[in-house]
Design a protein around this ligand. Structure first.
Ligand code: GDP
Ligand code: MG
Length: 180
């Protein structure tokens, strides 16, 4: 009937060690386990949101190992995904630069996304305030100037922030679909 299942493909991108796998596992299991290894995988997770079954397919990517350089996004990834979560660590300036590059690359892939590509920028490791090198302001300004959502979270400390990230992305993906 009208309550048919909605399926969304979500691609997690960002530099190494920023917490992409921690964020994914938090969303899937509500837990933080500490070490995740280097596994590239697509996970499926179904949630009931506002009375509707939503199936998230989550591609937890690894940084490009094929000489394309850090932050490269493959054509296959672009074609597969409906929306992006771009993760940096608030204590890793280089990882913030990677996210800046990735936003530009996604914005250039216009054929796939006729409107605004659904993107959430995430500053992770918010619990490590004493080691912060990227201010909240910088993150917020990047998101505002590129029309992306923005959250600072700690995948290590809370589930709630992670949930907000996925729900906000879902909203953006639905808006994008409504425009098609
Ligand atoms: P990935 O390479 O982007 O998938 O990063 P991982 O998820 O494997 O995390 C890299 C390291 O950062 C691991 O040691 C995690 O335990 C740690 N980590 C991930 N998220 C957080 C966080 O929010 N706070 C802190 N303090 N450490 C985190
Ligand atoms: Mg990982």
């Amino acid at each position: 009937g009208s309550q048919q299942k909605v399926e969304v493909n979500v691609l997690l991108l960002g530099a190494e060690s920023v917490g992409k796998s921690a964020l994914t596992v938090r969303f899937l299991t509500r837990r933080f386990i500490g070490e995740y290894g280097d596994i590239e995988s697509i996970y499926s997770h179904t949630d009931r949101i506002d009375g509707r079954e939503i199936c998230f397919n989550i591609w937890d990517s690894l940084c490009s190992q094929n000489g394309e350089g850090e932050g490269h996004i493959s054509e296959r990834q672009l074609q597969w995904t409906d929306g992006f979560i771009l993760v940096y660590s608030i204590c890793d300036r280089a990882s913030f630069n990677v996210v800046q590059q990735q936003v530009q690359r996604i914005r250039q892939a216009k054929s796939k996304f006729p409107g605004t590509p659904p993107i959430i920028i995430v500053g992770n490791k918010r619990d490590l305030q004493h080691r912060r090198t990227v201010s909240s302001e910088e993150g917020r300004i990047l998101a505002l100037s590129t029309d992306c959502g923005f959250f600072e979270i700690s995948a290590a400390e809370t589930y709630h922030g992670v949930l907000l990230v996925f729900h906000e992305l879902l909203d953006l993906i639905r808006e994008a679909r409504a425009l098609k």
